[in-house]
Design a protein around this ligand. Sequence first.
Ligand code: AMP
Ligand code: ZN
Length: 134
Amino acid sequence: MTCVFCSIVKGEIPAHIVLDRDRVMAFLDINPVAPGHTLVIPKEHYENILEVPKDVLAELMEAVKAVSKALINYGYEGVNVLSNVGPAAGQVIMHAHIHVIPRKSGDELFKRPKTQRASDEELSKIAQELRRLI
Ligand code: AMP
Ligand code: ZN
């Protein structure tokens, strides 16, 4: 099956490109959460950001910084930088991408679910397990 983002890289389908570098590019999300919502992608196909090698990842994050600064110069107050990894996390396009979502105070785009303070015992147990798995 052809990949939509690979088709954008090849110029086979149109996109509103905001940055085009050696191994990465950025274009406007066709279904934006807010005007200027941008996707930053590696030109080569990787399924998600966990698969992207570190030299490309460095270029990807430089592009994320450039896009974020541009959105702030454009008039936004901040950005959310996020990447969905896996369908459970909401990933729909299986070509690695990072969302840069422009924010203004009070826009209420995302609300953190209600949380409560975890116990030190629980945090310590989880941290120990994760250290073992890394
Ligand atoms: P995700 O849920 O992280 O996989 O997000 C995929 C994003 O790609 C969504 O926000 C879509 O609106 C966006 N998208 C899908 N097709 C296109 C396209 N042809 N051009 C630009 N953005 C797209
Ligand atoms: Zn692809």
